[in-house]
Design a protein around this ligand. Structure first.
Ligand code: MLT
Length: 205
């Protein structure tokens, strides 16, 4: 498999027992955005943090959208595969365990992480999805038995309707994933409670 070559940051885990976190930024972000979050929630974990390759104006994203919340599904399928290939190529290149990669995604990054779980279910061993919505409903649902997924959404998020988060959690449940959906009183931005939830999720065996 070829390496699709994302601009990225990689940092090896300082504890061999810790997973590698696949950090996936939101629209307009870059590969550096979520490093402080990773340091806060799992300082000993490895970090693989690519920059989305799709530009909306000057804003990097992980896949194209036609409008706010309306996704280009053909592009999403291609970009999801490409990101999955990048994770596998990076594991070979850097020597981390490809079976222990946990996505930490925010907004557009959470949406492509959800797409990875649904379309390329072997890539992630678990995921933390902040402010995600349904990216795509696959024709055939994957089997994700016991795969741990933490979703955290804002009750008053103007970008992600609450029903979207509930639909995504239901979709994961139908795939037999072990999903927890947590609700925050706030909107789209991350809060201290999001950080606490993610820290606890990653500390659990
Ligand atoms: C998306 O485009 O993935 C969602 O609308 C979230 C975002 O604004 O990035």
């Amino acid at each position: 498999m070829s390496d699709p070559g994302f601009e990225h940051v990689y940092r090896a885990a300082s504890d061999p027992a810790a997973p590698t976190l696949l950090l996936l930024h939101g629209t307009g972000g870059n590969e550096h955005d979520l490093i402080p979050l990773a340091d806060a929630i799992a300082p000993a974990a490895g970090v693989l943090s690519p920059r989305g390759k799709v530009l909306e104006g000057h804003m990097p994203r992980f896949f194209r959208r036609l409008a706010e919340g309306v996704f280009d599904l053909d592009d999403l399928r291609v970009r999801t595969q490409e990101l999955g290939d990048f994770v596998e190529a990076s594991a070979a290149r850097y020597g981390f365990d490809a079976t222990r990669v946990v996505a930490v995604g925010f907004s557009n990054g959470a949406n492509i992480a959800a797409s990875l779980l649904l379309l390329a279910p072997g890539v992630l061993s678990g995921a933390i999805l902040f402010r995600a919505m349904v990216p795509i409903v696959p024709d055939a649902l994957p089997s994700l038995p016991g795969k741990r997924i933490l979703m955290s959404n804002g009750r008053t998020d103007p970008l992600i309707p609450a029903a979207q988060a509930e639909l995504l959690a239901d979709l994961f449940r139908r795939c037999r994933a072990d999903v927890t959906l947590e609700w925050q009183p706030g909107g789209h931005n991350l809060t201290k409670r999001d950080v606490e939830l993610a820290t606890r999720f990653l500390a659990a065996p």
